[in-house]
Design a protein around this ligand. Sequence first.
Ligand SMILES: [Zn+2]
Ligand SMILES: [Zn+2]
Length: 143
Amino acid sequence: MTDSDDTLRTGRCNCGAVRFTTRGPLRAVVACHCSQCRRQTGLHYAATNVADGRLTVEGADAVTWYRASQEAGRGFCRHCGSALFWKHDREDYTSVLAGSFDQPTGLAMAEHIFCDDKADFYEITDGLPQYARGSPGIVVADG
Ligand SMILES: [Zn+2]
Ligand SMILES: [Zn+2]
């Protein structure tokens, strides 16, 4: 958790068809280097997450949910293609792509996961913890 108050943060996709507001604590940002995140973004995911009750989405009808696995969906704007959300079917929170927030976010990167699947054309050099797959403190799913 990066804060414990009712801080409001806003964000949107590239074209603005999808806008969202989060209220209160957000998880630190986790970079996921798995093959699905690599292919969806061209590099890696960088996402915080927020309890579902603290996330409001405007223009939700413009979000297409792609099922990359049996257990989770990846939400993106169907107009501009911006990756926005990752949602596990059985969890009551939504991962939100950190780069879609309006600046400044007040967020900080915490760690790297699924580093075994990382592309070979870059190195992780920020000194933060790196995990071959998931990390002990982070709920992740294959997908
Ligand atoms: Zn859009
Ligand atoms: Zn991933």
